[in-house]
Design a binder for this molecule. Sequence first.
Ligand code: AMP
Length: 209
Amino acid sequence: MRLVLLGPPGSGKGTQADALIKRLTAPKISTGDMLRAALKAGTKLGLEAKSYMDAGKLVPDSVVIGLVEERLGQPDTKNGFILDGFPRTTTQADALGVLLERLGKPLQKVVQLDVPSELIVERTIHRRTDKRTGQIYHLKYSAPPPNAELEHRADDREETVKQRLAQYEAMTAALLPYYQKLGLLVRVDGVGEPAEVTARVLGALGLSA
Ligand code: AMP
């Protein structure tokens, strides 16, 4: 299955992608994770991306398109992939379309995770990640175990989240009509327990849980 997960920051794309990996036996490709890894490794690309990420702005299209192009060339994407956080602009969506056409692997579905913006801020400011496992928790609704080594993403602070939401509205929301026109978009209610949402996503893809 070749899939894109679309939705505002904190809509559950990462959590759902992690849940779908096993069911779809396809890797998750998260440009946010790739950029954070580059930043941690101190690469030139990571340093270039840092100022945009810290400000809650989008990293330039050419940078993320290059990353995804390279990643989709790797053999583990042979049976499909779950794109999380890419594309985020119509330029990125166009580039992805051209690339997948060239590879003979067109997208099969784009899943929109629909979560009202009032909930987004609440979700992101309480989101924590276990540094060792990458597992995502919510301090109130999906409490981490006592031995977790928790990290709070720098860009999950309230002011930055608001800026990221504004970027979503300004740049990314246009991808909903874009993929609707291509007949690829399916909308899923993203409110509820992660497992419930996963079951809805699988249902929307015509798969059993
Ligand atoms: P995420 O983890 O997907 O929320 O991404 C975290 C940050 O990485 C975003 O706020 C952007 O600064 C940057 N980023 C991730 N993916 C993209 C993308 N496709 N285009 C531009 N910037 C991105």
